[in-house]
Design a protein around this ligand. Structure first.
Ligand code: ATP
Length: 323
C-alpha cells in the first residue's frame, strides 16, 4: 500500500486536528502518500480529496474543530452509496483509510472494510461513548470546558444564594456529566444510565441549605428523562429556592485540546499509520484506543460490540462528597 486517506466524520471534537497532523506526518515518514478527504463520507462521495504534505498540517495541533471539515451523510447509510464510496477510494488508488469519528463513523468504516478497504478507526468524539477505549479524543477537553463553566457559575450563584442546573452533552452516555460533577464538586448529577430521582435532588439542596451551603450545582446530561426547563421549574417549586438553567451546548465542542487529548490523538494516529504501513496484518481493519494507559488496536467489528459497564462507583462518590 502506498496511498492512504484520512477523514473526520460526525460531530467534531477537540483533538481531531492533532490526529490529522500525526496521520499526515507519520504517513509521509513511512513513505506513504496521504490524501485528506473533506466533509467525511459526504465529501468522499463527492470526490473531495486532496494530497496532504507536511506543511498542510502546520499550526493546527492546538486548534479545535477539524481542518478537513466534518459532516453527517444520509446517503452513506445506503449500501449502494457505500459501494460508490469504496469505488471512489479505488479510483484514487487509496487502499487504507483512517476514519476519525464516533460510533456511527466507525460503523461506516466497518462497511468500507467489508468492501476491501483497510480501515483504522480513531475514537473522535466528546461523548466518550465508544466502549472499547477508556477515553475518546475530545472528552477531556469537553469536561475541562464544563469545569471552567462550573467555577464561573459557582461564583455568581453563591453571591445570590441560588441553585443552578447545568445541562451538558450526552444523550445516551452520561460520562461528561459524571466526570464534570465529580471533578467540579456538584451537589447532584443526572445521567441516562441511572434512574432519575428529582425528589432526592431537591432533598439534597434543602439539606445543604440547612447546613449553610450558599449554592447548589446540579449537572444534568441532555439524555435524561425530564427536559431541563421543566426540571429547573420543578426544583424551584419544590425547594422554594431561586433556580436557573444554563445549557452549555456547542460550547463543549470547541476550544484548544488539552494535553490528554493531544497525546491520545497523536498516539492513536501514529499507531494507525504504523499498522497501515505494515503488510500482511491478520485482522485487517482496527479500532484504536487507550486501555489502562496503553494504546491498543482491536479488530474493528469486535471493538464496536464492546459494552463497558457504567462507572457506578463514581456516581456514588458524588453523593458521598456532596453531603
Ligand atoms: P458523534 O457521536 O460524535 O456525533 P458519530 O460518528 O457517532 O459522532 P453519526 O452522525 O452517528 O456521528 O455518524 C456519522 C456518519 O457516519 C453518518 O452521517 C453516516 O454517514 C455514517 N454512519 C453512521 N452509522 C452508520 C452505519 N451503521 N453504517 C454506515 N454508515 C454509518
Amino acid at each position: 500500500m502506498n496511498k492512504i486517506g484520512v477523514l473526520t466524520s460526525g460531530g467534531d471534537s477537540p483533538g481531531m486536528n492533532a490526529a490529522i497532523r500525526a496521520v499526515v506526518r507519520c504517513g509521509i515518514e513511512a513513505g506513504l502518500e496521504v490524501w485528506g478527504i473533506e466533509r467525511g463520507y459526504e465529501g468522499l462521495l463527492d470526490g473531495e480529496l486532496r494530497q496532504m504534505d507536511r506543511s498542510s498540517v502546520g499550526d493546527i495541533l492546538h486548534r479545535g474543530g477539524t481542518i478537513l471539515k466534518t459532516a453527517r451523510s444520509e446517503r452513506f447509510m445506503e449500501a449502494r452509496w457505500i459501494d460508490k464510496a469504496a469505488e471512489m477510494l479505488a479510483t484514487f488508488g487509496i487502499g487504507g483509510l483512517v476514519v476519525i469519528g464516533g460510533d456511527g463513523s466507525l460503523r461506516g468504516g466497518l462497511e468500507l472494510a467489508q468492501r476491501g478497504i483497510r480501515v483504522m478507526g480513531l475514537p473522535g468524539t466528546i461523548d466518550n461513548d465508544l466502549h472499547y477505549t477508556d477515553f475518546t479524543i475530545g472528552f477531556d477537553t469537553a469536561v475541562s470546558t464544563v469545569l471552567e463553566a462550573i467555577s464561573k457559575i459557582r461564583d455568581t450563584s453563591s453571591s445570590h444564594d441560588r441553585t443552578t442546573v447545568i445541562e451538558v452533552m450526552g444523550r445516551r452516555c452520561g460520562d461528561i456529566a459524571l466526570y464534570a460533577a465529580l471533578a467540579g464538586g456538584a451537589e447532584s448529577v443526572l445521567v441516562p444510565e441511572m434512574p432519575e430521582d428529582i425528589n432526592m435532588v431537591c432533598r439534597k439542596i434543602i439539606e445543604g441549605s440547612n447546613r449553610g451551603k450558599l449554592h447548589s450545582i446540579i449537572i444534568k446530561a441532555e439524555g435524561t428523562g425530564t427536559p431541563a426547563t421543566e426540571l429547573t421549574r420543578l426544583i424551584e417549586e419544590r425547594t422554594g429556592k431561586e433556580t436557573r438553567l444554563v445549557v452549555l451546548s456547542y460550547l463543549q465542542r470547541g476550544g484548544s485540546p488539552t494535553l490528554n487529548d493531544r497525546m491520545l490523538a497523536t498516539l492513536c494516529a501514529a499507531k494507525a499509520v504504523e499498522l497501515l504501513a505494515e503488510e500482511g496484518q491478520e485482522a485487517e481493519s482496527k479500532a484504536i484506543g487507550i486501555v489502562d494507559g496503553h494504546i491498543m488496536a482491536y479488530e474493528l467489528g469486535a471493538a464496536l460490540e464492546v459494552k463497558r459497564a457504567f462507572r457506578r462507583e463514581l456516581y456514588e462518590l458524588i453523593n458521598v462528597l456532596s453531603k
